[in-house]
Design a protein around this ligand. Structure first.
Ligand SMILES: *Cc1c(COP(=O)(O)O)cnc(C)c1O
Length: 377
């Protein structure tokens, strides 16, 4: 996505930083005594990691979470001094840069821990680490098989003050189904992993497990810190309960052209839609190169001129068409069509595309320019 703001962009994602702040305040309430680590991986779920981080920290978030060292370094380069954890690394990662920038490093294997230790020795600074234990997601995280070995190495490194153990954490597989029995299985395994570390004389400052869904539904999972991502952006991970969250992203475009189409004429490639009667249509200058996925063709609405308007014909690379009927409300060139935001919602796209709203907000790209509102200091 283009980073620079141009005047009068035809296609935009408008990011409401007041909504981010509002959502963080809601999450702080659910977190109780636990701190809130706001997850800004994937460039802040495509909302802009730096701007979201600033707004979230101002609203009381305690820490930031990202995937890679590179993402963490970008936040540091923007002047953000809050604690930052990055958790998807490998033994080749530039841990020296992370140590030098005071970034907490998530480790998922003995090999990664050794690489972190080497970087600490090289830079002459103690590395801050968080051990990510795999409690059943079977993705990232230290496997059961390697955990004891990792603790042995870690104990020696902590004694030498090469490494500082800040946290032990894990990630849930079924958090969006709060009553799923696997949540309790993972919670128990997590407690066992913390207890085993203690037997090795290792006591982290913090332990954490909850993503957005667990933060909102499982207070018994809050521990010392919660790690919400999607809810910060105003999208609920639990169907039929919005928890008062406000969507922060509005994907919108300016109508490029309004024209008449006569009965019997086809619209867009392959004439998948034939006008049943004379009608008026609007051309929206956003296509699949901008994140309007072609699979939506003919099935989605935009909000335009005070009503829902159905897309007709195929979505193209750069544009699509919507039907205005008799255009009683007088839609004109330059009017704003909302593709998703509060209405229609990102969830509607997710339902149409058989995916989740997380992927929908990551879709805008190409010519879409990001613009921020709210968050005034
Ligand atoms: C992405 C992620 C989160 C946030 O998950 P949400 O479902 O967006 O709240 C938390 N922890 C880890 C380890 C993650 O990878």
């Amino acid at each position: 996505m283009a980073g620079s703001v141009t005047v009068n962009a035809q296609v935009e994602t408008v990011i409401d930083l007041d909504a981010i702040a509002h959502n963080v305040r809601i999450l702080r309430k659910y977190a109780g005594d636990a701190g809130v680590m706001v997850v800004v991986k994937g460039d802040g779920y495509n909302h802009g990691a730096v701007e979201v981080s600033r707004a979230a920290l101002a609203a009381g978030a305690a820490e930031l979470g990202v995937t890679t060292v590179a993402e963490a370094l970008r936040l540091r380069a923007a002047g953000i001094t809050a604690p930052i954890l990055c958790w998807l690394n490998n033994a080749e990662t530039d841990f020296a840069a992370a140590v030098a920038a005071d970034i907490e490093i998530g480790v998922s294997s003995p090999a990664q821990l050794r690489a972190v230790a080497a970087a600490a020795r090289q830079t002459g600074r103690t590395a801050t680490v968080a051990v990510k234990v795999d409690t059943g997601l079977n993705r990232n995280g230290v496997s059961q098989a390697e955990y004891a070995q990792l603790l042995t190495i870690l104990r020696a490194l902590v004694d030498e003050q090469v490494v500082y153990l800040r946290a032990i954490f894990s990630h849930l597989a079924h958090a969006d189904e709060p009553e799923h029995p696997n949540n309790t299985v993972q919670r128990t395994r997590f407690l066992d992993a913390i207890a085993l570390a203690k037997e090795y004389g290792l006591a982290p400052d913090l332990v954490h497990l909850a993503n957005s869904a667990a933060t909102l539904t499982r207070p018994d999972m809050a521990f010392d810190l919660v790690r919400p991502g999607i809810a910060v952006y105003g999208l609920s991970p639990i169907p039929d309960n919005d928890f008062g969250l406000r969507p922060a992203m509005t994907f919108q475009a300016q109508v490029a052209l309004v024209k008449q189409v006569s009965a019997g004429e086809g619209v867009s490639y392959g004439h998948q839609w034939i006008a049943p009667h004379d009608t008026t249509v609007a051309l929206i200058p956003a296509g699949y190169a901008d994140g309007v996925l072609r699979g939506l063709s003919g099935r989605f609405d935009v909000w335009l001129g005070g009503a829902r308007r159905r897309n007709i014909g195929r979505v193209c690379m750069d544009q699509f068409v919507v039907d205005l009927g008799d255009n009683a409300t007088g839609v004109r060139e330059g009017d704003i069509a909302v593709l998703f935001g509060v209405r229609p919602s990102a969830q509607e796209w997710a339902d149409l595309l058989d995916t989740i709203h997380y992927e929908v907000v990551c879709a805008p790209r190409g010519r879409a320019v990001r613009r921020y509102i709210g968050g005034a200091e």
